[in-house]
Design a protein around this ligand. Structure first.
Ligand SMILES: Nc1ncnc2c1ncn2[C@@H]1O[C@H](COP(=O)(O)OP(=O)(O)O)[C@@H](O)[C@H]1O
Ligand SMILES: N[C@@H](CCOP(=O)(O)O)C(=O)O
Length: 328
């Protein structure tokens, strides 16, 4: 088995994401222009060094358990290459943790693409003499389809990871066993949002772990709820790509938000208020942040007012690309 070469360094940038967007539970994702930055370097000198600045700096472990490093080791095992002796990760995190903005998927996507990039040219599937290691600042080729699949598998649902890997709007699904459904991996359709679409995000100080929020969901839902959600999810893609005037109707949810209401009462209060004012407000991911899908002209009118004085109001935009990786 070949080993990841020492002396390589990559700069990885990965955006946040908002999952569900109302009716698209576990399938629809939107990239958000908040970024985690990583510089990852391999060396001959054994050891692991992890430095973290920004979001989560006081909380995340800086040893083998660190999510990016653990994901890199997993990815190297999947690719059939041996990890380098030494690894240094310098993280500058811009994605708030446990707020429903997909921070764990952002970190996992970063780990997968960093591992792929650093093993460039050494994996069994690409063992032939390869192009030289790219020059400083040049893109290192990575397989974003594989990154989406591996990251979704690790994350447990594909909505966040797909948007972080690919940018824009994503719809992801798991193939069935018909053999006509694009193989065995998570598959994603990457869709370009309408140029008028704008996003406003309200981020509270409180945190809610996605695992906790998933634990309160029912195992089954009534057929009428499933049918209503399917219709609105289809409408949502139309509203986000062709006719934003349908955004309010297109963001109604019957699958997850009400079941989670006791976990994030303030979030639902804000969602209810904004919706009563005609804004297409939803819980971002598993909460507690609130996402409003709007248009550039209407964005200024989306205000939380007195209801959420300590929440941060952001207009991060929707990046057209997801994860990038450059040699450095
Ligand atoms: N950049 C990061 N580096 C290391 N760990 C991270 C990073 N981002 C997220 N995590 C881990 O993921 C957890 C948050 O994941 P999760 O509960 O799924 O919330 P969300 O993905 O909505 O932010 C954090 O508490 C932390 O353990
Ligand atoms: N579909 C998932 C999305 C979780 O997103 P996160 O940003 O809160 O991790 C869910 O609703 O559980």
């Amino acid at each position: 088995m070949s080993r990841v070469p020492a002396g390589r360094s990559v700069h990885v940038r990965v955006p946040a994401s908002s999952a569900n967007l109302g009716p698209g539970f576990d399938s629809i994702g939107l990239a958000l222009g908040l970024w985690d930055d990583y510089v990852v370097t391999t060396s001959d000198e054994p050891g692991l060094v992890i430095e973290v600045a920004g979001e989560g700096a006081a909380d995340v472990p800086t040893d083998e358990r660190h999510l990016v490093q653990a994901t890199m080791q997993h990815t190297w095992r999947s690719l059939g290459v041996e990890a380098p002796s030494g690894l240094r990760i310098v993280a500058t995190n811009g994605v708030p943790h446990s707020r429903g903005l997909g921070s764990s998927a952002t970190a996992i996507v970063a780990g997968v693409v960093a591992a792929q990039a650093l093993s460039f040219g050494t994996t069994p599937s690409r063992p032939e003499p390869y192009a030289a290691w790219p020059g400083t600042g040049d893109e290192v080729p990575v397989d974003l389809g594989l990154a989406t699949h591996l990251s979704s598998e690790l994350e447990g649902h594909p909505d966040n990871a797909s948007a972080s890997a690919l940018g824009g709007l994503t719809v992801s699904w798991m193939p069935d066993d018909s053999g006509h459904d694009h193989g065995e991996r998570t598959v994603t359709a990457r869709i370009e949002p309408h140029a008028d679409v704008e996003v406003v995000v309200f981020v509270p100080e409180t945190q809610l772990a996605t695992r906790t929020a998933r634990a309160v969901l029912p195992a089954t839902v009534p057929l009428a709820a499933a049918a209503a959600a399917a219709g609105r999810a289809a409408l949502l893609v139309h509203a986000l790509t062709a006719d934003p005037s349908h955004l309010h109707a297109a963001t109604r949810d019957w699958l997850h938000q009400e079941a989670r209401r006791p976990s994030y009462p303030d979030t639902m209060q804000l969602v209810d208020l904004l919706r009563s004012q005609g804004h297409a407000a939803v819980v971002s991911g598993a909460g507690p942040s609130v996402l409003v899908l709007t248009t550039h002209d209407a964005a200024d009118s989306v205000q939380a007012g007195r209801l959420a004085p300590h929440w941060e109001r952001l207009t991060p935009g929707v990046p057209a690309h997801g994860a990038t990786v450059r040699a450095c």
